[in-house]
Design a protein around this ligand. Structure first.
Ligand code: NDP
Length: 247
């Protein structure tokens, strides 16, 4: 195992399950001090045991600014800095155009946009040159998917945030990029497939590589963007989708 993140301080929102958990495991195994969040304490405890290497789970909702303040206060107290932020926490919800209501829009934008904005904004006082921010986008932010317009809108906006923040943060030497998964097996995906029987075959057909991805395949892309190997990659979007967006 490479040790690209020896003593680096890494913060992952939504790190107690799915893609965030897979990413936390990889960073921790490569020597990072990992802090990760989620809303459910029991999941945080289980994930901390799974990640090992002293990873610390901190309960909080990314839609709640004071929870994020508590997270960064703790990281600041322990290390005085954060080197990598993976703003991964996000939710997906579908609604046909006629069914979209204000509550649906608010839930998606509160978590996926407001949560991402405050996750990054509140990390900045602890970040310096060489810092790396990775935002969780989605193939759905670039391609139509039935009844997913509000989710897709949040994920298309994530790309705009990364491009704008690349210019805003260049003077600090902080790179901002997006990792955009296609259809990946995670608890969120399993819940979606349970609610929509028969969708799995359709998803495989929409993906040139003919299968769904694994969370660890996304994690490996996140570590590339965060590492020195990605030192000149800025304001970019890396699709990890088996070709879903390309066709
Ligand atoms: P999961 O639902 O499997 O895991 C989400 C994680 O985020 C959990 O740890 C969950 O814990 C946490 N979380 C959810 N909401 C919040 C919140 N408001 N505040 C803090 N933590 C939260 O999701 P995935 O791993 O599938 O997705 C991760 C990211 O990747 C998301 O942004 C998603 O949109 C994106 N993505 C995923 C795809 C896929 O196919 N899986 C495809 C494209 C994009 P808890 O519930 O306890 O809070």
């Amino acid at each position: 195992m490479m040790q690209r993140f020896q003593n680096k301080v890494v913060c992952i929102t939504g790190g107690s399950d799915g893609i965030g958990l897979a990413t936390a495991k990889r960073f921790a195994a490569e020597g990072a001090h990992v802090y990760f969040t989620g809303r459910r304490q029991d999941r945080l405890d289980a994930a901390a045991a799974e990640i090992g290497h002293g990873a610390i789970g901190i309960q909080g909702d990314v839609g709640n600014g004071s929870d994020l303040d508590r997270l960064y206060e703790r990281i600041g107290k322990d290390h005085g800095r954060v080197d990598v932020v993976f703003a991964n926490a996000g939710i997906s919800e579908s609604a046909a155009l006629g069914q979209i209501d204000e509550a649906h829009i608010d839930r998606l934008f509160d978590t996926n946009i407001k949560g991402t904005v405050f996750t990054v904004q509140k990390a900045l006082p602890l970040m310096g040159a060489g810092g790396s921010v990775i935002l969780a986008g989605s193939g759905a932010g670039s391609k139509g998917f039935p009844a997913l317009s509000m989710y897709s809108a949040t994920k298309a906006a994530i790309r705009s945030l990364a491009r704008t923040w690349t210019t805003d943060l260049k003077h600090k030497g902080i790179r901002v990029n997006v990792v955009s998964p296609g259809m990946i097996f995670t608890p969120a995906m399993h819940a979606y497939l349970d609610a929509n029987p028969g969708m799995e075959d359709g998803m495989k057909q929409m993906t040139p590589f003919g299968r769904l991805g694994e969370a660890d395949e996304v994690a490996r892309a996140v570590l590339f963007l965060a590492s020195e190997e990605g030192s000149f990659v800025a304001g970019d979007e890396l699709f990890v989708d088996g070709g879903f967006v390309a066709v």
